[in-house]
Design a protein around this ligand. Structure first.
Ligand code: GDP
Ligand code: MG
Length: 441
């Protein structure tokens, strides 16, 4: 998909005069690409109409960058389609919330339940899992295994066949134990659909969830809209999680799920493991859908705020994907110098959300300075290596001593390094747009 959209935009860029014909050709090409990416036909058509309304070529005064305006319009339209206009119910730490997961069998519910619980547990919540899937043999065992691995309390039964009864018992049990996030996993049998939806309705009625999350496999293609709508009609779906975004999935189904449920996507699943779970972020997602990589907005920011003479070097480093501690050090310096902290890095998905949460800039700055002090105690060899194995225990001890910091803090700094290196490595081989070129997206 990305390829053909970039191509369409590129062709448009090459045209000297952008008239109705060029715009139509470009839009047709993009339409084709979006359809191939499993975006529902009706949504694509609506988008096309909207863009033509926004981009009135005659109204654009000469000298305006039409190309940039069209690109921006496409990007904004797609972002708008992913925004249902109201946020989903957000559970509050310390207050009991019941969250019910629904979705077809194999969509990733059980896996995602655990990821969701684990994500909150790491942030200090007290989550618990209830297995109300009595349909599939082995369902309870799977949840039990996942929960045990993550040290999350769970509830279920091998004997009881009534999902409503188990769901209610589980929720009651954990309410008594003061859990603040009670997660109900449900069945998703493929056949007997009518029975499935009736079961979901009953479980929901009995447990009165604060939030129902619809879990969707990103690879189901054009079926996404009908599937999401069917669930929405039997229970009040309030949020969507799209799974298996690590595979060849094109992700267009997410737009359909939002349209059908009128609910936002809140997380995406990016692998089978417990921590392969990301907070959903509209702009990087749309960039990816458009084949601009997650980095286009980031690139724009680089052009905007990084001093001209330092740009080539930074871009070169980015495209090599090789993240050394020295690069981290330099980026920390930049972040601290930049004034409005994290201007640039806030654009890089995953970079700032964790490192510099909004509203905690002071603490974050102090933390970054602390990390830099520790790095000051490192050798050149250590700073220039991107091999974490180099960091053995004796080196870590030496760094802790040298910087007067706690061992735990040095370990924490390395964890941060590994996390950032992972993000950075995604930039490898990235074709970097020159200033102005394509970067409007
Ligand atoms: P359920 O039937 O809806 O409960 O689905 P499961 O949680 O049992 O998941 C079905 C399969 O999808 C399992 O093999 C999971 O490991 C796999 N799975 C779930 N989420 C993801 C994901 O984000 N990425 C990948 N690659 N696999 C996933
Ligand atoms: Mg399951």
């Amino acid at each position: 998909l990305g390829g053909s959209i970039s191509r369409a935009l590129q062709q448009m860029s090459n045209a000297t005069i952008i008239d109705e014909k060029v715009l139509n050709e470009c839009l047709n090409e993009i339409t084709r690409a979006l359809l191939q990416s499993d975006v529902q036909f009706k949504l694509v058509r609506d988008m096309q109409t909207n863009i033509k309304k926004i981009v009135n070529l005659d109204d654009l005064a000469a000298g305006h960058n039409k190309r940039k305006i069209i690109q921006q319009a496409i990007f904004n339209e797609l972002c708008k389609m992913l925004d249902p206009g109201k946020p989903s119910f957000t559970p509050k730490k310390g207050k009991t919330s019941v969250v019910m997961f629904v979705g077809l069998q194999g969509s990733g519910k059980t896996t995602t339940c655990t990821k969701y619980a684990f994500y909150h547990q790491k942030k200090g919540w007290k989550p618990a899992l209830v297995c109300a899937d009595t349909f599939r043999a082995g369902a309870f065992d799977q949840l039990k295994q996942n929960a045990t691995k993550a040290k999350i309390p769970f509830y279920g039964s091998y004997m009881e066949s009534d999902p409503v009864k188990i769901a209610v018992e589980g929720v009651e049990t954990f309410k008594k134990e003061n859990c603040d996030l009670i997660i109900v996993d449900t069945s998703g049998r493929h056949k007997q659909e009518a029975a499935l939806f009736e079961e979901m309705r009953q479980v929901s009625e009995a447990t009165k969830p604060d939030l129902v999350i619809f879990v969707m496999d990103s690879s189901i293609g054009q079926a996404a809209f009908d599937q999401a709508q069917a669930f929405k009609q039997s229970v009040s779906v309030g949020a969507v999680i799209v799974t298996k975004m690590d595979g060849h999935a094109k992700g267009g189904g997410a737009l359909s799920a939002v349209a059908a449920t009128k609910s936002p996507v809140i997380f995406i699943g990016t692998g089978e493991h417990m921590d392969e779970f990301e907070v959903f972020d509209v702009k990087p997602f749309v960039s990816r859908l458009l084949g601009m990589g997650d980095w286009s907005g980031f690139m724009d920011k680089i052009h905007e705020v990084v001093p001209m003479d330092q740009q080539p070097e930074l871009l070169q480093k980015l495209s090599e994907g090789n993240f050394t501690l020295r690069i981290m050090y330099e980026q920390f310096q930049n972040i601290l110098k930049m004034g409005p902290i994290g201007q640039v890095f806030s654009m890089l998905p995953g970079f700032s959300a964790e490192l510099m949460p909004k509203g905690r800039e002071k603490e974050s700055q102090a933390k970054i300075k602390r990390y830099m002090t520790m790095m000051d105690s490192m050798t050149n060899e250590e700073l220039d290596s991107s091999n974490p194995k180099l960091m053995n225990e004796s080196r870590i001890m030496r760094i802790a001593r040298g910087s007067g910091r706690h061992l735990r803090e040095v370990m924490e700094m390395f964890e941060e390094y590994k996390r950032l290196a992972k993000i950075w490595s995604k930039m490898k081989g990235l074709k970097i747009p020159k200033k102005g070129e394509m970067s409007a997206l």
